[in-house]
Ligand binder design. Structure first.
Ligand SMILES: NC(=O)c1ccc[n+]([C@@H]2O[C@H](COP(=O)([O-])OP(=O)(O)OC[C@H]3O[C@@H](n4cnc5c(N)ncnc54)[C@H](O)[C@@H]3O)[C@@H](O)[C@H]2O)c1
Ligand SMILES: [Zn+2]
Length: 368
């Protein structure tokens, strides 16, 4: 399969995203032009290392590039100052130089951490992303947001730091746990819901194939998602305007994540799935959107196995007031008003800070 190429147009910081099944086996040649020193500092986690380090080493070595691995424990806990500090020290101890290349090889956790480390090491070392989860391929590896978490909240400390290249091998998703795959699929559906009704309808027809095997449907869903994100990021790299549309479902979702502790109880993508349905329900109730869209989305998510309501979250027992309080702490807000992404219909989202808090509270009261 010839890789599909999506260009992220950001002037001097432009780069390509390549996607294809089996791309990992060809990563050496793709990375070579960016590995001036002929060595790459690969940041990964133990799950990805166990499955794919051998293949990566083989193709890098064949291209004349030497990998040095930094393998972390999996999980969100890696996005912390202690792990960042240790990783930076380890990279420096291994002799990383400005002309070297950092390779983020894993899911969104590894991408966010390694991208941030690359941005601050020696005032900036180039980095490349090889995302290995669906979420990382369609979302976190593209657009240049990197961060760790703080006591005050998730992703509070970080940089805009664009990679030099992104390689998305759609076949490595074959080993991803089903639940992680579905969580990433919620972000795929998001691109349809926020701006592309035809893509959403295509997903309704082909979602099962996207999830089940690394065939043409999965590649199409991933490249369509990346192209949508690339378009938005090229328009608004630092989220002054339309990039906020990518937060569809996220303000409601973040409240659910905060309430459930950002862990196994509710994955990020699962919270986004529920949050998008709530955003459409609220849009319908406020008269922005014709009735029926939220029910259609909910029916689709239930059919493929995503949660569709806060009632699907095990053990959730919170008041509407508590959930609204979580939303007012969202870092995307300005002047104490809750910024939401609402919709005029499937594929027609918009940003607004005009929604009365009482209406948002009421939405939680109905959903919980
Ligand atoms: N920078 C951004 O723009 C952006 C956007 C969205 C999300 N994020 C961040 O992304 C993170 C979540 O990323 P994620 O969902 O990829 O989670 P993750 O990185 O924790 O990966 C999920 C799990 O899958 C495992 N895994 C990864 N690839 C695998 C494979 N091919 N086969 C088997 N197992 C594999 C990992 O070891 C981990 O246990 C969050 O920290 C979130 O804040 C960042
Ligand atoms: Zn998200």
């Amino acid at each position: 399969v010839t890789p599909q190429t999506i260009h992220v147009a950001l002037g001097a910081r432009s780069y390509d995203v390549l996607a294809a099944p089996g791309l990992l086996q060809r990563a050496g040649d793709a990375i070579l032009p960016f590995a001036k020193s002929r060595r790459v500092f690969v940041v990964t986690d133990t799950n990805v290392h166990a499955r794919y380090a051998q293949a990566l080493t083989a193709c890098l070595t064949a291209a004349g590039v030497a990998p040095i691995y930094f393998t972390l424990a999996p999980g969100e806990g890696a996005k912390s100052f202690p792990v960042l500090a240790r990783l930076c020290d380890d990279l420096l101890a291994a002799g990383v130089e400005r002309g070297d290349l950092v390779l983020a090889f894993g899911g969104g956790v590894i991408g966010d951490l390694a991208g941030f480390a690359a941005g601050i090491l020696k005032r900036g070392v180039d980095f490349v992303q090889i995302p290995t989860t669906l979420l990382a391929q369609v979302d976190s590896s593209v657009g240049g947001k990197t961060a760790i978490n703080a006591a005050a909240g998730k992703n509070m400390i970080g940089l805009f730091n664009q990679p030099r290249l992104v390689l998305a091998d759609t076949a490595v998703l074959d080993t991803l746990p089903r639940r992680e795959m579905l969580a990433g699929f919620a972000e795929v559906a998001k691109y349809g819901l926020l701006g592309d009704a035809a893509f959403f309808a295509w997903l309704e027809a082909h979602g099962a194939a996207v999830l089940d095997h690394s065939g043409p449907e999965r590649l199409y869903a991933i490249t369509t998602s990346i192209a949508a994100k690339a378009r938005i990021v090229a328009e608004d790299e630092r989220e002054a305007g339309m990039r906020a549309l990518l937060n569809l479902g996220h303000t409601f979702g973040h409240a659910l994540e905060a309430e459930t502790g950002y862990g196994e109880r509710l994955l990020h993508g699962e919270s986004v799935a529920i949050g998008m349905i709530m955003a459409f329900e609220l849009s319908e109730r406020l008269g922005h959107c014709a009735p029926g869209a939220a029910a259609r989305i909910a029916a689709f998510f239930k059919r493929i196995g995503l949660p569709a309501s806060p009632r699907d979250v095990p053990g959730l027992n919170a008041s509407p007031e508590t959930m609204v309080a979580h939303m007012t702490h969202d870092k995307k807000n300005k002047d104490g008003r809750i910024t939401l992404i609402l919709a005029r219909g499937i594929g027609q989202s918009f940003v607004t800070s005009d929604t009365p808090v009482a209406a948002i509270r009421d939405q939680w009261a109905r959903a919980l």
